[in-house]
Ligand binder design. Structure first.
Ligand SMILES: Cc1cc2nc3c(=O)[nH]c(=O)nc-3n(C[C@H](O)[C@H](O)[C@H](O)COP(=O)(O)O)c2cc1C
Length: 208
């Protein structure tokens, strides 16, 4: 699919075909493509819980404003944003540094890298949240675009009770949950809502 078509045709679809499962290979491809999303210092502070068990989806729906798409869609991603992904000793932070060394950065730069990460992303609780959620947001957008390209439909949701979802799936405290993402195929027996309005370029561009 042309990239502009992917952008134009991605919609938050309200109705999923409950009788049309998604091949696990497609889910894998979707995640692999989305993993190409950019991130601060390439720290990739995102993870996913993939929910396809009907009982777990039913419990998740109750914690998510009872939104029917949670049980209608064959797959729900719980997108996780790791507020501690910048810390010294975090396995992804350490792997990122060793990859930088493999690409030519002197090993002696470790303290510089660790200090840069902690001053940029760890300076306050707000900074840690911003670090986690901005990067996980890019990843989530990439998931939605990759899905469309693979012929799948999605619906992002932040209408859920975070603590309930955290408890249901035993999600550790370092993670924030920026959104749930329903994945499946649009139910063609329903009609797709007309496209929503968007700000114009002039409404977007500001100066102060
Ligand atoms: C982070 C995020 C959270 C959202 N949460 C919900 C939600 O809980 N329930 C819902 O029906 N739609 C939700 N939406 C969908 C938006 O309403 C939808 O994307 C927007 O109206 C634009 O429509 P479109 O995606 O079809 O272009 C969410 C979208 C985003 C990006």
């Amino acid at each position: 699919m042309e990239f502009s078509q992917v952008l134009e045709q991605r919609r938050a679809v309200d109705y999923f075909d409950p009788d049309r499962p998604v091949d696990s290979k497609l889910i894998r491809q979707m995640v692999e493509k989305a993993a190409l999303a950019p991130s601060s210092f390439n720290l990739q502070p995102w993870n996913l819980i993939i929910v396809n068990d009907p009982q777990k989806k039913a419990a998740l729906q109750k914690a998510a404003w009872n939104q029917p798409k949670i049980t209608q869609a064959p797959v729900i991603f719980i997108v996780l944003a790791d507020r501690g992904g910048w810390k010294k000793g975090h396995p992804v932070m350490e792997k990122t540094f060793s990859q930088m060394v493999a690409a030519g950065l002197p090993k002696e730069k470790y303290d510089w890298f660790a200090d840069a990460c902690s001053s940029l992303y760890g300076a306050s609780a707000d900074r840690q949240m911003a670090f986690a959620c901005k990067n996980a947001g890019f990843f989530a957008m990439a998931l939605m675009l990759a899905a469309k390209d693979l012929g799948l439909d999605t619906h992002p949701m932040d209408g859920f009770e975070l603590d309930k979802v955290r408890n249901l799936f035993s999600i550790p405290d370092n993670y924030w949950i920026p959104l749930l993402l329903a994945v499946g195929y649009f139910d063609k027996s329903k009609s797709l809502a007309p496209p929503k309005w968007r700000k114009t370029v002039d409404e977007i561009v500001v100066s102060f």
